[in-house]
Design a binder for this molecule. Structure first.
Ligand SMILES: [Zn+2]
Length: 271
């Protein structure tokens, strides 16, 4: 699933091509994309409107329109945008410069939701905690969130209300950087460990953004280019390989049903 760096990469590529453009024709082919709302009604709401900004909040893309409406897109497992026609198109936006932007989604879990200006912020605030690269995501905030949960640390970090945009990949990468084991009880971290986790989450996400996200399975950025972050992963998907810091073999376990990779030496479980 695309995480913050992948969604941010898509945002940064869509923004210059969408901002200021009128949506001259909107076609939605898949009722699952807009349900419970009728796909024709959603298409009609969007058609004729002009894009003023493309923003990101957590893993959501927000296309702000001149009318005050906002189109909230969640890519889920396999959603992606592209300017070249492909299979599995679920919707198409035709722009007033003649370009054609398609939304592709092989597994069809992606969602499009159109909201009024006044409803956007409350909706997003209910779904997302602080942005990890913003000022509200602090060691104090994270310590308070972790302090009331006994669940494994990684499971708590995947809660979008704790930190927006973090997912399975970058949580593993961040905990390796922080040298904290993903299975530790969330409320058992020392203050300096919480500070390390905050810094590591920021560093892991920034590294991902710099490399234009990762290319995994069906994710491709709108310009058709592939990200390179998957070549830089230190633990994610690397069980059996040597830790780049200590040469210990990377181990794989499961946390909350999700595949989880860590270095048993750098990230020990306290005895
Ligand atoms: Zn190691």
């Amino acid at each position: 699933m695309p995480e913050l760096p992948e969604v941010e990469t898509i945002r940064s590529q869509l923004a210059p091509r969408l901002e200021g453009r009128k949506l001259v024709r909107v076609e939605i082919f898949d009722p699952r994309l807009t349900r419970p709302h009728d796909l024709f009604e959603v298409a009609e709401e969007l058609e004729g409107d002009t894009v003023v900004a493309v923003e990101r909040r957590g893993k959501y893309l927000l296309v702000r329109l001149e009318s005050g409406l906002g189109l909230l897109v969640h890519l889920r497992m396999t959603g992606s945008f592209g300017f070249v026609p492909v299979s599995h198109e679920r919707a198409v936006l035709e722009l007033d410069d003649g370009s054609r932007l398609a939304f592709r989604d092989v597994r069809r879990f992606g969602t499009w939701l159109v909201l009024e200006d006044a409803d956007l912020e409350p909706y997003l605030a209910a779904k997302n905690g602080p942005e990890p690269l913003g000022p509200r995501f602090s060691a104090d905030w994270l310590a308070a969130q972790l302090g009331r949960r006994k669940a494994p640390l990684k499971a708590v970090l995947l809660d979008q209300h704790v930190v927006a945009g973090l997912g399975n990949i970058y949580a593993d990468e961040a905990l390796w950087r922080a040298r904290v084991n993903p299975l530790r009880p969330a409320n058992g971290l020392a203050d300096d460990e919480v500070r390390r986790v905050v810094r590591a989450i920021r560093a892991a996400l920034r590294a991902g953004i710099e490399r234009q996200g990762s290319t995994l399975r069906d994710y491709v950025a709108p310009d058709g280019a592939s990200g390179s972050m998957q070549d830089e992963f230190r633990v994610y998907g690397r069980d059996g390989e040597a830790c780049t810091r200590c040469r210990t073999t990377i181990a794989k376990t499961r946390v909350g049903g999700r595949g989880t990779w860590f270095c048993p030496h750098c990230q020990p479980l306290p005895m």
